[in-house]
Design a protein. Structure first.
Length: 271
């Protein structure tokens, strides 16, 4: 999450993957640039608090600065980045208060979704959930872990019968961003398997209690990362940050995955 400048995006592997995946199929260059930058933010190729230089972005994508600036302005209007006078654009950071609100809403929606989904649970879906839970509990955090977890909760909440409800839940998740969602915050090694067993026994109260505690653990984990990083960077996490943060110290993190914000000041380390 540390704000940084000066990365060489032309040789950054994560950003290059996003560019390669989204560089075709658009009617205009502007649409393509917007899609690339938005996806880079959502997937964590650009970490919360990271500074974005128009020149570097334009060079890495292979376009002029004009569509880059237009895309950044659109992203600012959507609340994904902020512009700072004489400093440039910066990926928006969540405040601790915003994290609390997101997870209060998630708890309300997801406990309701769980109650609805259990009513229509089938043996086939339960068996699929059990297999996915095993993979989640034994796997490592990161992109594949995140994709599997998304599939697990879509099945758990029966997205086929509750599409709007699941869409609302996933929209709240997207507000947090994949940078955080790819981290395993829950300390219990086999918690996904546990909730599936509770559902199989018909223990709705136990499953709902697990879900509430799990979401609260994730909320606290994300909140702690934001507050910890803000303490180093000089950001006030109680309100939306208004001033550019100070340069990060060299203090090491032990719980955070390697992301764009942790790869050094020169992004010319592709591969």
């Amino acid at each position: 999450m540390a704000p940084r400048k000066g990365r060489n995006l032309s040789t950054d592997q994560k950003f290059s993957v996003v560019v390669d995946n989204l560089s075709g199929g658009y009617k205009t260059v502007g649409q393509m640039v917007y899609a690339v930058l938005r996806e880079a933010i959502l997937t964590g190729a650009f970490a919360p608090g990271e500074w974005l230089r128009q020149e570097s972005l334009a060079e890495a994508i292979g376009v002029s600065r004009i569509p880059v600036r237009t895309a950044l302005l659109q992203l600012e209007s959507e609340g994904m980045i902020t512009f700072h006078p004489h400093r440039g654009a910066r990926v928006r950071t969540l405040t601790a208060e915003q994290v609390d609100e997101i997870y209060r809403l998630r708890t309300l929606l997801e406990t309701y979704a769980l109650r609805r989904a259990i009513e229509t649970m089938t043996p086939e879906r339960l068996a699929s959930l059990s297999e996915m839970a095993k993979q989640l509990d034994e796997g490592d955090e990161g992109g594949e872990f995140l994709e599997l977890r998304i599939a697990f909760y879509r099945s758990l909440y029966d997205s086929d019968r509750n599409p709007l409800l699941v869409e609302m839940i996933e929209d709240l998740r997207s507000h947090v961003g994949r940078y955080f969602l790819g981290i395993r915050f829950d300390a219990h090694a086999h918690h996904h398997a546990s909730v599936v067993k509770q559902i199989a026994k018909g223990d709705l109260a136990g499953a709902e209690e697990w879900l509430t505690k799990h979401l609260d653990q994730v909320r606290m984990g994300i909140r702690d990362l934001i507050v910890e990083d803000a303490a180093d960077s000089g950001i006030d996490t109680a309100v939306e940050p208004k001033q550019p943060a100070a340069k990060r110290t060299s203090k090491q993190r032990t719980k955070r995955p390697a992301t764009a914000a942790k790869r050094g000041t020169n992004i010319s380390s592709r591969g």
